[in-house]
Design a protein around this ligand. Structure first.
Ligand code: ADP
Ligand code: MN
Ligand code: MN
Ligand code: MN
Length: 337
């Protein structure tokens, strides 16, 4: 029985910039249900910003398996960590650094929900934008409906179905403030799982986008000027925050977050200064603010959380191009350890 395995990994990022996803297919003649059943594999790291030509082999270590909805049947997506030719986690492998941190915080049972915003492009323009000039000003597009307000819904819907069929914890989608911009949400699940599932959901978005001839960018500010950027709001809770009276634990996280603000900003996505301007529902990257229902804050406590006295907080700082393992590691280190 031929099984097609799509090996997926994070590359090294050109010039230290945003890292991309890569994938290639391995055909095996047995069923694969667990990462252990998927063989290790290698790739040419000199073509992915992960090695020099004379020592180019990098190792793919399968860590997470999901059904492959694009191929169907028993075919699988195989998410991998990258190791160098000496068997050490590659510098680009941020999942490895999260493993130990997640283990140390296990008793607090941290959960994450990531809102992944993204922008659809066709012919070099955001989808729905006129050939020349600009669309109508922002206003009607967020959660908009109708052919003059929603652009790209067929891809957003097909992507949601693909995530559901892959067994990912997708919990919603919506059209965003800038025309051609959309969001999907993953979670709430644990620190490693949210990264693994977000990366597979991104893979499916790019891959299903091919069928529609639509390219997707995670650029945090794809259009300059009076247009919203694209974020990766990260919602976070611990067991204590979710329990009765958990608002106390949520409030206690704020001074901790404030103290490490600069470190978080430096690791929340390339180009964060372009997006966190203090306009367009953001707080400037230069300051830390938190508030209930406050969309101009760095960290927001949702109104319903304040009312119920328990729940979670929303870190609004991460950009659409966030590295989910690094964001999860920093939040756990800052709040739990
Ligand atoms: P927004 O109002 O900011 O647009 P969304 O509805 O888009 O909010 O996203 C809410 C996110 O919060 C989802 O990703 C969901 O998984 C996450 N979430 C819900 N409950 C929790 C929780 N207890 N801990 C962490 N994340 C949570
Ligand atoms: Mn949202
Ligand atoms: Mn949003
Ligand atoms: Mn949000």
């Amino acid at each position: 029985m031929a099984t097609k395995l799509e090996y997926i990994w994070v590359d090294g990022g050109r010039d230290g910039g945003t890292k991309g996803l890569r994938s290639k297919t391995k055909v095996v003649n047995h069923a694969v249900e667990t990462p252990e059943q998927a063989p290790e594999w290698t790739f040419d790291g000199s073509s992915t910003h992960q090695a020099q030509g004379h020592e180019s082999d990098c190792i793919l270590q399968p860590v997470y398996i999901a059904a492959d909805p694009t191929r169907g049947g028993h075919h699988k997506l195989v998410l991998c960590e990258v190791f160098d030719n000496k068997g050490n986690p590659h510098a680009s492998n941020t999942r490895a650094a999260l493993r130990g941190v997640a283990e140390r915080a296990k008793d607090q049972d941290p959960w994450f929900g990531i809102e992944q915003e993204y922008t659809m492009f066709q012919n070099g323009r955001p989808l729905g934008w006129p050939d020349n000039g600009y669309p109508a000003p922002q206003g009607p597009f967020y959660c908009g409906v109708g052919a003059d307000e929603a652009f790209g819904r067929p891809l957003a819907e097909a992507h949601m179905d693909a995530c559901i069929d892959a067994g990912l914890a997708i919990c919603g989608i919506n059209a965003e403030v800038m025309p051609g911009q959309w969001e999907f949400q993953i979670g709430p699940i644990g620190p490693l799982a949210v990264g693994d599932e977000l990366l597979l959901a991104r893979y499916l978005l790019f891959r299903v986008g091919e069928e529609f001839d639509i390219a997707v960018t995670l650029d945090p500010k794809p259009v300059r000027g009076d247009w919203n950027g694209a974020g990766g709001h990260t919602n976070f809770s611990t067991k204590a925050m979710r329990e009765e009276g958990g608002i106390k634990a949520i409030n206690a996280a704020m001074p901790r977050l404030e103290k490490r603000h600069e470190l978080h900003i430096a690791n929340y996505g390339e180009g964060i200064e372009r997006r966190l301007t203090g306009h367009h529902e953001t707080c400037s990257y230069r300051e830390f603010k938190f508030g209930v229902g406050h969309r101009g804050a760095s960290v927001r406590i949702p109104l319903h959380v304040q009312q119920q006295g328990k729940g979670y907080l929303e870190d609004r700082r991460p950009c659409a191009n966030l590295d989910p393992y690094t964001v999860a590691r920093l939040l756990v280190e800052t709040i739990c350890l």
